[in-house]
Structures are given as structure tokens and as C-alpha cells.
Write a protein that binds this ligand. Structure first.
Ligand SMILES: Nc1ncnc2c1ncn2[C@@H]1O[C@H](COP(=O)(O)OP(=O)(O)OP(=O)(O)O)[C@@H](O)[C@H]1O
Ligand SMILES: [Mg+2]
Length: 261
């Protein structure tokens, strides 16, 4: 059993895409997997289920975290469109509301750990799709996690993002005695035609090595198929017209998943 938080403060880098890719890889590897949607945008929930912000699930992560409701987590977890993958759906705006009430409550940072406790031994992997901010829920997810994956794009501001995450990890160690392991860095949305991406990738590799971290798997290219399949809750292994490239992409997620064990 491993709890992995997928993080970056920067929006749109691919946290949700990578979380979903890893969940599908777990299904391929016949490892049980729970996706926890820790983002009030609810993108993982929308991809993996038919729920949306306007048609939200009756029970959600928000109800589990809400101390007034105190819903048992088992009552909120549902099977996704790919039944092997389970999901704890976001709760959308309710999740934001709960986060706001938890701030300042004793043990607020322990909320996610407390929520996951009853099911943590039931799954080989629990993947937490975090929102692009170090708010209480993200900090609490990091507190609950065994390790984190940092998703970056090969852009010049990627390094600034690292420093912010590193600061959050250092704060957990200093103030909460939580020593969070970085499973590694996943580079996403690489455009092979862009010279600046090639340069940023070189720079990232050197930076990651100097920080004693590791880039997991191969950098993930920018490809419409990745987005299209993820958005409908499918894995690259379920490509309707598989190609060597789609198989490689699916295998790459499998390689990255193995690094989190
Ligand atoms: N490798 C890729 N190839 C093509 N499109 C991608 C790829 N990775 C992500 N995308 C697309 O880029 C957008 C942002 O990706 P995603 O939602 O995974 O990022 P995020 O980090 O979770 O964003 P947020 O910070 O808003 O939660 C989405 O439309 C997604 O489909
Ligand atoms: Mg996301």
C-alpha cells in the first residue's frame, strides 16, 4: 500500500493527467487503486465518472472531511468508468468550503490521513490528485502521503515551482516532523519540435540531479490522444487504434507507477 500525492503549485502542468495515467497503469498491472480527487475543480472526478460541478455526487471527499457530516469514507468511494479504478470524488465547491472550515481547526493538517485510514490497507495504490496550491487540503494530502510526484512542464519557470514544493516539504519536516519522500519528477507536455523545450529539459535534468532527485520514466510528449483519452476516463492501453506510440505511453505510466512503490 502506497499513498502518492501528485503535486505542483502551478496550474495546468498535468497533475490530473499523470494521476489518471498512473491509475490506468495500476489497472493494467492488476493492482488495486483509489484516486482521491483533492481538487475542487474536480477534473479527475469529471474524467473518471459522469459527475460534474452541476451534477455532483451525493457523497464526496468533502463529506468525509466535513466534521459536521463525518461520512465514512467507504460511503463516498465509487467505481470509476473503468471499474477496477475506484475514486473518492471531489465534491467540487463543497470541498473548497470544507477546506475553509478546517483551517484553524485542531488537527486540520491530519484530516486527509484520518479520512484515508479505514481504507488505506485495501488498496495497492492511493493516488491523490492535488489542486495547484499549497492550501490546507494539499498540505494535509502531503502529510498523509508516503511520497510525492512532482509534475513539471519543460518551461523556464519550472524551477521556481520546485523551490515552492521543496519549501512545503521542508515545512512539513520542520513543523510537523513529517519527512516526505519525493518519488521523483515527471516531465509532461514536451513538444519535440520546440528548441526551448529541449533546452529546458536539459536544464531540468541537471537541476533534478543536483537536487538528488530523479526524473521518472520518459518525458511525456504533448499529444492530443493523451488528453482525449484521459478526458473520457480511458487509459492509453485502451486506445481504440493502438499504435507502438500509444503502447509506449501506457508502459511509461507503468514505469512511473513502479517508482512509487
Ligand atoms: N501530455 C499531454 N498531452 C496533451 N495534452 C495534455 C497533456 N498533459 C496534459 N494535457 C492537457 O493539458 C490540460 C491541463 O492538464 P491537467 O488538467 O492534467 O493539468 P493539472 O496540473 O491537473 O491542472 P490544474 O492545476 O488545473 O489541476 C488538460 O486539458 C489536459 O488534457
Ligand atoms: Mg488537475
Amino acid at each position: 500500500m502506497t499513498i502518492t500525492a501528485v503535486v505542483n503549485l502551478k496550474g495546468g502542468v498535468g497533475k490530473t493527467t499523470v494521476t489518471n495515467g498512473l491509475a490506468h497503469a495500476a489497472a493494467v498491472q492488476e493492482r488495486s487503486c483509489l484516486v482521491v480527487d483533492g481538487d475542487s475543480q474536480g477534473n479527475s472526478t469529471m474524467h473518471l465518472t459522469n459527475y460534474t460541478a452541476n451534477n455532483s455526487p451525493e457523497n464526496s471527499f468533502a463529506d468525509v472531511l466535513d466534521r459536521e457530516v463525518d461520512l465514512p469514507i467507504e460511503d463516498a468511494i465509487i467505481a470509476s468508468k473503468r471499474p477496477e479504478i475506484h475514486i473518492l470524488p471531489s465534491g467540487f465547491s463543497d470541498l473548497q468550503g470544507v477546506q475553509d472550515t478546517l483551517v484553524g481547526k485542531p488537527g486540520g493538517e491530519m484530516a486527509v490521513q484520518r479520512a484515508l485510514k479505514p481504507v488505506k490497507d485495501k488498496y495497492d495504490h492511493i493516488l491523490i490528485d492535488c489542486r495547484p496550491a499549497i492550501d490546507l487540503i494539499t498540505r494535509s494530502a502531503m502529510y498523509a502521503a508516503d511520497n510525492v510526484i512532482i509534475v513539471v512542464q519543460p518551461e523556464s519557470d519550472a524551477i521556481a515551482g520546485f523551490d515552492a514544493i521543496q519549501q512545503a516539504i521542508d515545512d512539513l519536516a520542520e513543523y510537523m516532523d513529517k519527512h516526505l519522500k519525493v518519488a521523483g519528477v515527471v516531465v509532461n507536455q514536451v513538444d519535440g519540435r520546440r528548441l526551448d523545450h529541449a533546452k529546458s529539459l536539459d536544464y531540468l535534468r541537471a537541476y533534478v540531479k543536483a537536487a538528488d532527485l530523479e526524473i521518472l520514466g520518459d518525458p511525456i510528449p504533448m499529444l492530443a490522444d493523451i488528453s482525449k483519452l484521459t478526458n473520457v476516463g480511458m487509459g492509453l492501453d485502451q486506445h481504440p487504434r493502438p499504435t507502438p506510440r500509444s503502447r509506449n505511453l501506457a508502459e511509461n505510466f507503468g514505469t512511473i507507477l513502479k517508482a512509487t512503490r
